[in-house]
Design a protein around this ligand. Structure first.
Ligand code: MG
Length: 389
């Protein structure tokens, strides 16, 4: 059976953002634009494989943006979009491609129904593009209107544009020298009829910072399949006091009449926080990832555990939005160390200070914390993960 393959074109380096990285790597809802695009096709039930065409200089950015996704290896593009598409098509020669959907990497909000319509039309007609009707009245002119253009039958071309693979490969080879603005034009120039299917106004191409802002609003306003979902995780930990002259809390060493006992550095704050993040990921608890029976964690800096949890969030394509901890103890007094603790946690989570809460309370002399037998900590972390995660 021949495959339906999506070819995502992301080899351009143009940026109108004043940023170093091209627009397809800008963050949209905390996730790179290109990852939204790739996921939309990966998750479509009629798509068998996805390949991205990238700029050689973007290897690292692409690697990070596409981490963990089940994609064909990327290929490098050429000097123009048209050349990049042709190189991408050539790279599929060994893949048994039946239908190829060519799509702009910078159109992250493409919906499944549009992809579906493009596939169906390409399978019926050999060539199809998604497009939206022009509703605005069109004027031709400079400072003054020279004419009102009849908008009847006019469409704005989008992607995906879907083709029988041999047809579009031959057309691109044939038109390699021509300068054409989309793949449908390449097919038209090669003598093929191209079917039009309904696209979507939300399937915008992100070119400017305004486009990105609009895409953010669309993402927040709807809950598309490729959007984000909020996950809240909670953690709780207790460590007992033992002999010593200091405790480690929130990564900070605080002189005290006792130490906390435990296999690692017994940082009850970082342990609770690590568990909160693991909880939001559905990844069990700290003991599963760093077994107390494992001698390598004896006396370990608990920052290692927290950093690993942070990495796991990134590996799932997610971001941490916020963290909040409450330390339960009679002593030591936390207030003096709160700022240092907040700063250290913010550093470990890559968050601004205002997204980290550090609070403390006594338990009014009640319970084990009230009897000064140990310290307990509660933690909450808020994550955003891809909705399809
Ligand atoms: Mg612990």
């Amino acid at each position: 059976m021949s495959l339906r393959i999506a070819l995502i074109v992301a080899a351009g380096r143009g940026t109108r953002f004043g940023t170093v990285l091209p627009k397809q790597y800008a963050l949209l809802g905390g996730i790179p634009v290109i990852r939204h695009t790739l996921t939309a096709f990966l998750n479509h039930p009629r798509i068998n494989a996805v390949r991205c065409v990238i700029h050689p200089k973007d290897e690292a950015a692409y690697g990070a943006a596409a981490q963990g996704l089940d994609l064909l290896p990327p290929v490098h593009g050429g000097a123009t979009r048209q050349e990049s598409v042709r190189l991408g098509l050539e790279s599929l020669a060994a893949e048994d491609a039946g239908i190829v959907l060519i799509h702009d990497g910078a159109r992250p909000l493409v919906d499944a129904a549009t992809i579906d319509r493009a596939i169906t039309a390409a399978e019926a007609h050999g060539a199809a593009l998604a497009a939206v009707r022009v509703h605005d009245t069109l004027k031709r002119g400079g400072d003054l209107v020279e004419a009102t253009v009849d908008r009847n039958g006019l469409w704005r071309a989008q992607t995906p544009q879907a083709f029988a693979y041999p047809l579009i490969l031959a057309a691109h080879r044939q038109q390699a020298g021509a300068v054409l603005s989309d793949d449908a034009a390449v097919a038209e120039r090669a003598g093929h009829k191209v079917a039009i299917v309904e696209g979507s106004e939300d399937n915008l191409k992100i070119t400017t910072a305004e486009d990105l802002a609009r895409a953010e609003r669309l993402l927040q306003g709807s809950a598309p399949a490729h959007g984000l979902s909020v996950r809240v995780g909670q953690g709780f930990d207790v460590h007992r006091f033992g002999p010593g002259d200091a405790v480690i809390l929130g990564g900070i060493r605080i002189p005290h009449e006792a130490a906390l006992t435990g296999h690692s550095d017994a940082d009850v704050v970082l342990h609770a926080l690590t568990d909160a993040i693991l909880g939001a990921l559905g990844e069990g608890d700290i003991g599963q990832h760093f077994p107390p029976s494992d001698p390598q964690w004896r006396g370990a800096d608990s920052a290692i555990f927290l950093r690993r949890a942070v990495e796991m969030v990134a590996e799932r394509g997610g971001t941490i939005d916020h963290a909040d901890v409450t330390i339960l103890c009679e002593a030591p007094k936390i207030g003096l160390h709160r700022a240092a603790m907040t700063a250290r946690i913010a550093e470990l989570l890559d968050l601004p200070l205002r997204r980290v809460g550090v609070k403390a309370t006594t338990t009014e002399g009640l319970g084990f914390t009230g009897r000064r037998e140990g310290i307990a900590t509660q933690a909450v972390a808020t994550l955003r993960l891809p909705a399809d995660d």
